[in-house]
Design a protein around this ligand. Sequence first.
Ligand SMILES: CC(C)(COP(=O)(O)OP(=O)(O)OC[C@H]1O[C@@H](n2cnc3c(N)ncnc32)[C@H](O)[C@@H]1OP(=O)(O)O)[C@@H](O)C(=O)NCCC(=O)NCCS
Length: 188
Amino acid sequence: MRLLESERLMLKPIEEEDIYVLLEIRWDWDVMFFSLHEPISRREQLEWYRSLSSKKDLALSVFLKTEQGLKLVGTIGLYDINPRHQRATFRMRLSKESQGLGIGFEAGRMLMEYGFNVLNLRKICGDQFAVNKAAVTFCRRMGFVEEGVLRKHFYQNGEFRDVSFVGLLKEDFFAAMGELDKQQSTGE
Ligand SMILES: CC(C)(COP(=O)(O)OP(=O)(O)OC[C@H]1O[C@@H](n2cnc3c(N)ncnc32)[C@H](O)[C@@H]1OP(=O)(O)O)[C@@H](O)C(=O)NCCC(=O)NCCS
């Protein structure tokens, strides 16, 4: 078992061979619809990848283990890692067909544990459209708390959307996970 691996998932630093698959996922309208980031070109994707080693980012590919081998289904990461404030920003993007299968929660939990226990973070931040039900539910389940809403902040698909800023403290994450494990073990 590697550092960030479960029965069905493997999270590994993004390799150059992954980046155009990840770009296709990013360009998918169903995924883009919920993205706070602009579409980018292959050249920009390559430049971003090459800049990773000089940045304080942990950018990982999410692989699903299948009978045919590892399947790249998305990306997850901790960005702008700030050792002084012990803080980082969380982002995740899965392909449309991989959403709603519990992959996000499983990968997210592994990464948060790594962030708090190995990278020694105290807080992980995130932002998302307030209308993004999957992300809102995911964050609530993980223990994030909404810290503010920027109203009509981002123009997307013909409307100005509210953006919700969320924060996850180390103690809140482990309390949420402890509660979840208790519920699962008692079958609630
Ligand atoms: C947000 C995202 C990472 C969540 O990962 P996921 O694998 O789809 O979510 P999971 O299957 O692990 O589900 C996590 C929770 O969200 C809920 N959920 C998932 N999809 C949902 C949807 N479309 N509507 C409402 N709730 C949803 C699940 O029911 C689950 O809650 P529960 O355990 O209480 O039932 C993923 O959907 C994604 O990549 N979306 C596109 C990009 C994006 O929005 N990124 C985040 C903001 S930038």
